[in-house]
Design a protein around this ligand. Structure first.
Ligand SMILES: *[C@@H]1O[C@H](CO)[C@@H](O)[C@H](O)[C@H]1NC(C)=O
Ligand SMILES: *[C@@H]1O[C@H](CO)[C@@H](O)[C@H](O)[C@H]1NC(C)=O
Ligand SMILES: *[C@@H]1O[C@H](CO)[C@@H](O)[C@H](O)[C@H]1NC(C)=O
Ligand SMILES: *[C@@H]1O[C@H](CO)[C@@H](O)[C@H](O)[C@H]1NC(C)=O
Ligand SMILES: *[C@@H]1O[C@H](CO)[C@@H](O)[C@H](O)[C@H]1NC(C)=O
Ligand SMILES: *[C@@H]1O[C@H](CO)[C@@H](O)[C@H](O)[C@H]1NC(C)=O
Ligand SMILES: *[C@@H]1O[C@H](CO)[C@@H](O)[C@H](O)[C@H]1NC(C)=O
Ligand SMILES: *[C@@H]1O[C@H](CO)[C@@H](O)[C@H](O)[C@H]1NC(C)=O
Ligand SMILES: *[C@@H]1O[C@H](CO)[C@@H](O)[C@H](O)[C@H]1NC(C)=O
Length: 886
């Protein structure tokens, strides 16, 4: 056994700091042409941006607002400020960061993860020639003559930018929240006379012509609202100004209706700057209590300069997040309630009250007295309350939804009396004593049952604790730590591979970790595997057995051996992470078992086994070309998901055919991800440093370069070449002195017939690429049943994946896109692949160690220690269980 001295003790740190570099989809300028696809994943390095206007002021992006990962929109952003000024599919977000927006000659469409089209442009008479993002921020579909078929400026969402016009009858609708762009409750409507803000579709709370910022120039019918460098305008059809709100000169203005119902006008010195000139921005309505919900439903808003103070009026003392609520004993009547009138009554809010809508709507009844006002409300199902002004004898109804009330005592004092419709509860009536009895009759058994549960529960927990203390006797729980680790953002996710050095096992059975998959007892495992009868594989972690769940579904049970001091809690934390990863190209974890030192993982069963079997030693039919392409795409998608799709970035570290599983129906799934933590400390030290299998190990394992997702890309490139070629990249007979993969289930592959020649296929592929002879590279057993273009594509993608500098390798998402044909195919760089010649030569003959060493000495970037390790590496790897192929 070679000295297992850790090659890079600081690798863990490096891993943490390892930063993803951009190499994903290139951002286009101004135009994209069909066929094109963009998903957040494909453009993750630019946070979804795939198109820039020529000045760079605006960007088109697959946008996940507020950093969340559940809703993605095709959006136009003002680049310097990051303001989202338009969204295509606001009502139908894409829920998967890998799901694409597609541009085809038929238009733009958005697909969700399962392929359902959730949004698309309408059909057009002529085919789409391009999607263009103008410097104005307008995103348009053009036909062959540059005619506009469709444009975002015609379909505003919540914003208007300079040079965009909102016609009368049109509106801006607020978003529900900063992260959900669906239409909210507020809108800015342009009417024939004015621009108004409305709440819940009908209640006005602001008029442009009433606001101090505006001047009415003349009477006339409004045709448009427009904003530009000098202000906000309502224009007639002949472009003459009807109402204007002039503002200091600016290069760009954006009018946006916020989620809170405020209209915000931001100014920028120029379209592509984020600095704003003097005015700094205007907000309407500017006064604190003018918004319908300035203090939430039923709150009382008291103006205080430009700000406001919120309190709860006496009849609604209970403050909660979105307003105030009545005290126990009465219920607000819901909108549309028309039931027995005898049950309705009114709670008085007192006098000195106004309602946001009073200012803009005429009274429901004028010249009335207080009782007729109440009668009007009682007779109207949609009336939720009324306000009566005794000085003007006016009666106002509050409808649809109750908002905040305004305290007018502080300002002019001319207030109204307010009343809210309520339904009195039975408790306030005379039969209260009988209802109390009913209450006791219901409550008493419940309380007794509850106490019983508590006592029994406490007993069980106490007895378990005692048992565990005897067994382990270590420190207390660290559930907070677990929680924190579960909530890591993608940015810090490479921390996933980092072990907690503080490795104590609290061994609790009562560990509560959210998201754990099914936990099986060892008896259940024995039952499902028929006492480990059918062994279907063996790998670095231990044997794999076939099993069957009680529901009849087949499973593969992986016995993890040598777990050493691995804490149960840590094990389960990892399980919860792995168990929550669901992707069609990732093997699903169905459950687990942890009892004493036993650690077992129960996976879904993949009936065709791992890719190495049909590829390297086909007992059955040969893998046809089409299947190989599908396997390549499926595996690429699975890895891309591991890297970018989950909350924690997971680097597989051991990408090889043995870890790509197949099942009927063309299923392709990546196996064995996220297991790096289940090893003893000394194992894990090695393992994290050199986790992969020889032949698929990227050069950075041997240098001081960080291990990132691009390390998996290298392994995947090797797998691609093997898929093309149908053999191991390095023939087995070329001895490295230790029988690599001796414990592997795949045994030896063919290739001995080629002994003595250069057998390192990646080098052969590089030479084939340089000579443009791709067809020769394909598996001879296919006898030409291949698609020439696809062989070329696969070889080129593979070579790009093998680039020596990890940063110049494409991301897995881009690899998947290139294989699917939705991303532009990259060109391999010969100078980035020169090391393959060394590898090829170095490993081809018995003097490999020397050749490698000399090569490395020539390279100053590699240190003395690295070289020592280098010469010891092949024998170490071959004799180590850790290289274990499964
Ligand atoms: C802003 O856009 C103008 C053209 O509209 C361009 O000349 C200028 O270089 C841009 N400035 C920046 C900082 O991008
Ligand atoms: C696709 O998923 C969405 C939810 O994400 C669901 O509403 C829809 O029915 C699914 N469509 C198909 C064809 O499965
Ligand atoms: C369309 O516009 C682009 C630039 O905006 C120009 O290069 C192209 O020639 C135009 N095509 C036609 C048919 O006018
Ligand atoms: C404003 O526009 C919204 C959205 O279409 C509409 O529901 C509402 O009735 C309009 N309100 C007015 C006053 O025009
Ligand atoms: C903005 O629009 C108004 C009304 O059309 C016009 O009078 C004014 O000159 C425009 N300002 C700029 C900077 O274009
Ligand atoms: C209120 O706002 C106006 C303009 O928005 C400003 O001029 C004034 O100083 C503000 N008053 C207070 C008390 O903040
Ligand atoms: C306003 O003042 C009147 C008379 O002082 C008082 O009865 C009423 O409760 C006050 N209203 C509010 C909302 O404070
Ligand atoms: C209120 O007005 C109605 C008619 O509008 C009238 O029948 C009723 O007597 C009046 N009540 C009082 C108390 O004046
Ligand atoms: C209730 O009042 C509103 C406005 O005051 C009115 O539009 C509606 O028709 C009334 N409903 C009934 C049932 O009277």
């Amino acid at each position: 056994m070679g000295r297992p001295s850790p090659i890079r003790p600081h690798l863990l740190l490096v891993l943490l700091l390892g930063v993803l570099r951009s190499d994903a989809g290139t951002v286009r300028t101004e135009l994209v042409t069909p066929d094109f696809a963009a998903s957040y994943l494909l453009f993750i390095d630019t946070l979804g941006v795939f198109l820039r206007s020529s000045s760079g002021a605006f960007e088109a992006a697959v946008h996940g607002p507020a950093g969340q990962q559940d809703r993605y929109y095709l959006a136009v952003l003002h680049a310097p400020s990051g303001t989202c000024v338009w969204a295509a599919n606001r009502a139908a977000p894409i829920t998967d960061r890998a799901a694409p927006f597609r541009l085809s000659s038929a238009g733009v469409s958005a697909e969700d993860a399962n392929g359902t089209v959730v949004w698309s442009t309408p059909p057009f008479a002529s085919p789409v020639a391009a999607l263009r993002l103008a410097d104005s921020g307008n995103l348009a579909l053009l036909d062959g003559q540059n005619g506009t078929l469709w444009q975002s400026f015609d379909r505003p969402t919540d914003s208007l930018v300079s040079s965009q016009r909102l016609p009368a009858g049109g509106f801006l609708a607020s978003a529900v929240s900063a992260s959900d762009l669906a239409e909210g409750d507020y809108s800015l409507n342009v009417t024939a006379a004015d621009a108004v803000l409305t709440w819940m579709g009908s209640s006005l709370y602001w008029r442009l012509s009433n606001d101090a910022i505006s001047i009415k120039d003349r009477e006339g019918t409004v045709a448009y609202m427009a904003v530009n460098g000098t202000g906000l305008y309502l224009l007639a059809a002949d472009d003459t100004v009807i109402v204007q709100a002039t503002m200091p000169p600016a290069g760009l203005r954006i009018v946006q209706l916020g989620v809170d119902g405020k209209l915000q006008i931001s100014s920028f010195a120029s379209a592509n700057s984020s600095s704003s000139p003097m005015d700094g921005g205007i907000v309407a309505p500017s006064r604190g209590c003018a918004l319908p919900l300035s203090c939430g439903a039923l709150g009382l808003c008291t103006p205080d300069g430009n700000a406001s103070i919120c309190t709860c009026p006496p009849p609604f003392p209970t403050a909660h997040d979105d307003g105030c609520a009545p005290s126990v004993g009465s219920t607000l009547l819901p909108d549309g309630y028309c039931g027995g009138r005898s049950a309705t009554s009114y709670l008085s809010l007192g006098s000195g009250i106004a309602y946001y809508a009073n200012k803009f709507s005429p009274p429901a009844m004028a010249g009335s007295n207080a009782s007729s006002c109440q009668a009007l409300c009682s007779s109207n199902c949609s009336c939720l309350g009324y306000l009566y002004d005794s000085s003007s004898l006016s009666c106002y109804l509050a409808q649809h939804q109750l908002a905040s009330f305004i305290n007018t005592n502080a300002s002019n004092g001319a207030g109204m009396s307010g009343y809210i419709k309520v339904q009195s509860s039975p408790r306030s009536s005379s039969d209260s004593s009988s209802s109390n009895k009913t209450l006791i009759a219901i409550l008493l058994p419940t309380i007794i049952a509850f106490l019983l549960v508590v006592v029994v529960g406490a007993f069980v927990i106490a007895s378990r604790r005692r048992k565990d203390e005897q067994r382990v006797g270590r420190r207390a729980s660290r559930s907070r730590d677990v929680q924190l680790r579960r909530q890591r953002s993608p940015g810090s996710a490479s921390a996933h591979l980092v072990r907690d050095l503080d490795n104590d096992d609290d061994g609790d059975d009562d560990i509560v970790i959210p998201g754990l998959p099914t936990r099986f007892t060892h008896d259940e495992i024995e039952a499902m595997t028929n006492s480990y009868r059918t062994k279907i594989g063996a790998g670095g972690f231990g044997a794999v057995y076939k099993g069957e769940l009680p529901d009849g579904s087949l499973v593969a049970v992986k016995k993890i051996e040598g777990v050493g001091t691995q804490g149960k809690r840590e094990f389960m934390t990892e399980i919860a992470v792995i168990g929550n990863i669901h992707h069609v190209n990732l093997v699903r974890l169905r459950g687990f078992c942890t009892e004493g030192h036993r650690r077992l993982l129960v996976y879904e069963y993949m009936n065709r086994g791992s890719l190495d079997r049909p590829l390297f030693r086909p007992a059955g039919p040969l893998l046809e070309w089409k299947e190989r392409v599908d396997i390549a795409i499926g595996a690429a998608r699975g890895l891309a998901y591991l890297h970018f799709g989950c909350n924690q970035r997971i680097i597989h570290c051991d990408v090889k055919p043995e870890n790509i599983l197949l099942a009927d129906g063309g299923q392709v799934k990546i196996a064995d991800f996220g297991l790096a933590k289940f090893l003893t400390p000394e194992q894990s030290g090695l393992f994290t440093t050199m986790r992969g299998t020889r032949g698929y190990l990227a050069p950075e394992w041997l240098t001081n370069t960080a291990i990132t997702d691009r390390t998996d890309v290298y392994g995947f490139g090797m797998v691609l070449l093997e898929l093309v070629h149908g053999r191991k990249n390095r023939s087995e007979h070329v001895s490295d002195g230790g029988g690599e993969d001796s414990n592997s289930s795949n045994g030896t592959a063919g290739g001995s017939s080629r002994g003595g020649r250069n057998d390192y296929f990646p080098l052969v592929a590089l030479e084939g690429h340089e000579g443009g002879r791709y067809a020769e590279l394909a598996d001879p057993r296919l006898e030409g049943r291949v698609v020439g273009k696809e062989v070329e594509r696969m070889v080129k993608v593979a070579l790009c994946c093998l680039h020596e500098d990890p940063h110049t390798r494409p991301s897995m998402a881009v690899v998947a896109g290139m294989l699917e044909g939705t991303m532009e195919l990259g060109e391999p760089r010969a100078q980035a692949l020169g090391f393959l010649r060394l590898y090829g030569r170095g490993f081809a003959g018995p003097s490999e160690g020397n050749v490698m060493k000399q090569a490395m000495v020539g390279d100053r970037t590699r240190s003395e220690t690295t070289m020592t390790t280098m010469s010891g590496w092949p024998s170490y790897m071959s004799s180590s269980q850790l290289s274990g192929a499964r």
